[in-house]
Design a protein around this ligand. Structure first.
Ligand SMILES: Nc1ncnc2c1ncn2[C@@H]1O[C@H](COP(=O)(O)OP(=O)(O)O)[C@@H](O)[C@H]1O
Ligand SMILES: [Mg+2]
Length: 608
């Protein structure tokens, strides 16, 4: 199951299973494998060429090779030892090396970037198309905010890894192995001494590093939770102000920022110790090896010439640096495998199309029926929300759903749209079981106006055209007119081109509602579902919206969910719901006749 974890970018234990899942990324690399392989060749070339750098540097600094170093030559300065022939040749070789390396590296980076960006585009595309086709229940299980931030951080991680981390990791491994080979060839004795010290330091450094990382992770978590406080309170600023909870909120925030301060100072102190330790050990080790090497070079029985000795030192330094960088790179790789596993899990989830297999596209006139439909939400199997609902509405009929909040009205709207499947019972459209109908085809016949309209950032025109992206300007104008939206839109200086702002915050509730209605009119659905479309409005907006809705409902099968009864008097059939059941049904006048009936009582309450 795909579930965003609270803790971001966790390092996974490299289990067989996670590697197996992460391996699916190869499917994405496959189309670009030609370029990728060439990139790898350049990586090997540039890394191997890199090995000559410490060698040549050592030869350059080591100066002219003396056949038999004289005993007690310790006071001979390095400069006296240099032969110009030699440094010119070596310098020239270094120059050639740099040219080669720059060419190799250039191609390596260009090719790796190319492969990465192509792969990332494909993964992004697939991930979003998976998301957008996910069944509704997926969005109940996963918080949208977490989902998107997790997704983008996973993608960034995989991107960095493909582009640089893997290459860097392999490069360091090549340097380490190549260095060891060289070191052993030059002097196996000195190599043994060196290998007995450097890896020991490295292990200590890694353990120390882990400890520090744990500390800074705690600090990061504290920072994240303090950011949540800011976010929540900014989103709910009206609540904070109306309840005058500023001081309370501040106190809560102050406590977390104090925690952050303490944690960061603690981890800073340890980082200080860590850095000093590394410097001490690194320099200590290098001095130790130089000291040992000098004994071999200048001692009474020299087994090493001075140029090889310098190369040896250079290799040691390079190798030490490489070893030092390996744990971090390895940790990044682990994280990336976690991220990849996660992305691949998402990409392998079943979309609606894979779950709803119906392929029929019958001519739909709008007769809808529910037979003994029972339903519970997948996440809450113990709460039966609909307990056997049956009703039927003819093509073009108007059916109203009323009842206390929590009765299951919106749930019926979700079932009609096939956001969920009934747990039992039948749902048919024009006598065809919807299970056999292509889900997109079915939804194409429907329009839904929810209570809380969410507009997309963009212009009013774009938002209306969402109902039918191919609509002409005239059709959009006419839909806006029918929706009673034309006048207010025209009053804006920019008219239809007015930006609605993020989620439509620059429009009032009634205005948004009418934009949503225009959108539905433009879609021209056979079946219309209105979920409390007028409940949040003032009297004037309600009148305008109601008029718009009356226009919209003409000649369509309409489901009207309302808690204001004035809006449903004209319905052909009113279903009065209570706790997932129909307790009364009939026309307004019929229901009013029922003595002590639920509907009659509701009406009484609202009239007074
Ligand atoms: N996504 C969901 N997951 C689980 N339970 C839900 C979900 N949506 C609604 N419910 C529950 O289903 C019941 C009916 O809700 P709903 O259909 O929204 O009622 P109404 O629209 O009549 O106010 C409520 O008890 C509610 O808590
Ligand atoms: Mg509702």
């Amino acid at each position: 199951m795909f579930r965003p974890k609270k803790e971001k970018k966790e390092r996974v234990k490299l289990s067989k299973d996670s590697v197996q899942k992460a391996k699916r990324i190869f499917k994405y690399l496959k189309p670009y494998r030609g370029v990728f392989i060439i990139g790898w060749i350049f990586l090997f070339l540039s890394s191997s060429a890199g090995l000559f750098f410490p060698y040549l540097l050592g030869q350059l600094l080591g100066g002219k090779q003396t056949a038999t170093p004289v005993v007690g030559q310790t006071d001979t300065s390095m400069l006296e030892n240099l032969s110009f022939d030699n440094i010119n040749t070596v310098a020239l070789m270094l120059l050639v090396l740099f040219i080669l390396q720059s060419v190799f590296s250039f191609f390596r980076i260009v090719l790796f970037t190319k492969v990465t960006e192509n792969t990332m585009r494909d993964i992004r595309k697939d991930a979003f198309s998976k998301l957008i086709y996910m069944p509704m229940n997926f969005f109940n299980k996963n918080k949208v905010g977490e989902l998107t931030s997790r997704l983008s951080s996973d993608i960034t991680l995989v991107q960095d890894t493909l582009r640089t981390t893997i290459a860097e990791f392999v490069r360091q491994i090549i340097i380490i192995l190549g260095s060891i080979v060289f070191l052993v060839i030059v002097s196996w004795k000195l190599s043994l001494i060196m290998l007995a010290t450097v890896p020991v330091m490295a292990v200590i450094a890694v353990l120390f590093g882990r400890f520090i990382r744990k500390l800074s992770k705690q600090a990061q978590e504290a920072t994240a939770s303090s950011n949540t406080i800011i976010e929540e309170n900014m989103m709910g600023i009206t609540n904070v102000k109306t309840f005058t909870n500023e001081l309370f909120v501040m106190a809560k925030y102050r406590k977390t920022i104090e925690d952050i301060r303490k944690l960061n100072i603690k981890s800073g102190n340890w980082r200080g110790v860590f850095v000093s330790f590394i410097i001490m050990c690194l320099f200590g080790a290098i001095v130790f090896i130089i000291w040992q090497g000098l004994h071999m070079t200048l001692g009474p029985d020299p087994s090493l010439n001075s140029r090889d000795f310098f190369s040896f030192v250079m290799f040691t330094v390079f190798m030490g640096a490489s070893i030092g960088s390996v744990p971090d790179l390895y940790a990044s790789l682990q994280k990336a495998i976690g991220a990849t596993e996660h992305l691949m899990e998402l990409i392998n989830e079943s979309t609606e199309k894979e779950i709803y297999l119906g392929k029929n596209k019958p001519d739909i006139k709008g007769k809808v029926s529910f037979e003994e439909v029972k339903f519970h939400y997948p996440e809450r199997p113990d709460v039966e929300v609909l307990k056997g609902m049956s009703f039927e509405v003819d093509s073009g009929g108007k059916i109203a759903l009323v009842g206390a909040s929590g009765a299951g009205k919106s749930t019926i709207a979700s079932l009609l749209l096939r956001f969920y499947e009934p747990t039992s019972g039948n749902y048919t459209v024009d006598n065809v079981n919807v299970k056999d109908v292509d889900i997109e085809y079915l939804r194409d016949q429907m329009a839904f106006v929810p209570q809380e309209v969410i507009l997309f950032s963009g212009t009013i025109r774009e938002n209306i055209a969402f109902g039918n992206p191919e609509a002409t300007d005239e059709e959009i104008d006419s839909a806006a007119k029918k929706a009673n939206a034309y006048n207010f839109i025209k009053e804006f200086p920019e008219g239809f081109e007015t930006e609605v702002g993020d989620r439509g915050i620059q429009l009032s509730g009634g205005q948004k509602q009418r934009v949503a209605i225009a959108r539905a009119i433009l879609k021209d659905p056979t079946i219309l579902i209105l979920d409390e479309a007028t409940s949040a409005l003032d009297a004037e907006s309600e009148r305008l919206v109601q008029e718009a809705l009356d226009n919209l409902m003409e000649n369509r099968t309409s489901f009207i969910i309302a808690h204001r009864l004035s809006t449903i008097r004209k319905a052909d059939n009113i279903l009065v719901m209570d706790k997932g059941q129909i307790v009364e049904q009939g026309k307004h006048d019929e229901l009013m006749q029922i003595k002590d009936g639920v509907y009659a009582n509701l009406n009484e309450l609202q009239v007074n």
